[in-house]
Design a protein around this ligand. Structure first.
Ligand code: HEC
Length: 171
């Protein structure tokens, strides 16, 4: 019984003490530079997937016509390109200094053209805590969030008017 008691005490107090020692010894990465902690990516992904679960199947109420894609492009160059970039091979200064790095949506393999729109909508609306990704719930209307989400999903087949918005921003 006594052994059990001490086992319990050690079991309860050891993990927080270990965590404290880890932190005061400088083991915890806090700078934006560096690699993720073991399991950090896995745990973060699991938590995000769980949080978005109900929104993932949502469909956009808007059509992907030129007017909406053009509006999405304008929102993107105003609020997003500073982190997510405008073209391949040109990561922005801000993106290079953030942890985790914001995906560069115009780089091959980093675009969202295959993603469910409900997932993109959720990310833009709510943001992601402890990453640089802001939530735009208070700043953009639902319509604007759908427009910029549709723009990202159609990034590989934009009408010339929307492409023009991106090109003029690059100059
Ligand atoms: C200050 C930098 C910053 C700005 C501005 C920003 N983002 Fe992000 N965004 C991030 C970061 C960092 C991540 C990665 C988060 C992660 O890894 O969990 C991200 C992730 C995302 C994701 C999820 C990508 C995926 O692979 O699932 C979407 C969608 C997104 N951003 C869209 C936008 C849109 C649209 C805007 C503008 C309305 C925007 N972001 C503005 C930093 C930013």
């Amino acid at each position: 019984m006594k052994k059990f008691f001490w086992g319990m005490v050690i079991g309860i107090f050891l993990p927080p003490i270990g965590g404290y020692i880890f932190i005061i010894s400088g083991g915890m990465p806090v700078a934006a530079k560096g690699v993720p902690l073991p399991m950090e990516r896995f745990i973060a992904k699991l938590a995000i997937d769980r949080a978005m679960k109900d929104d993932i199947t949502r469909r956009s109420p808007l059509s992907s016509d030129e007017m909406n894609l053009l509006a999405g492009a304008k929102i993107y160059v105003k609020h997003c390109d500073v982190c997510h970039g405008l073209s391949a091979n040109q990561p922005t200064f801000i993106s290079k200094g953030l942890f985790p790095r914001p995906p560069q949506f115009f780089e091959p393999n980093q675009g969202l053209t295959e993603d469910p729109i409900g997932e993109v909508f959720w990310s833009v609306k709510n943001g992601m805590r402890l990453t640089g990704m802001p939530g735009f719930d208070e700043s953009l209307s639902e319509t604007e969030i759908w427009q910029v989400s549709q723009f990202l999903l159609s990034a590989d087949k934009l009408p010339p008017s929307a492409q023009q918005v991106l090109t003029s921003e690059k100059l």
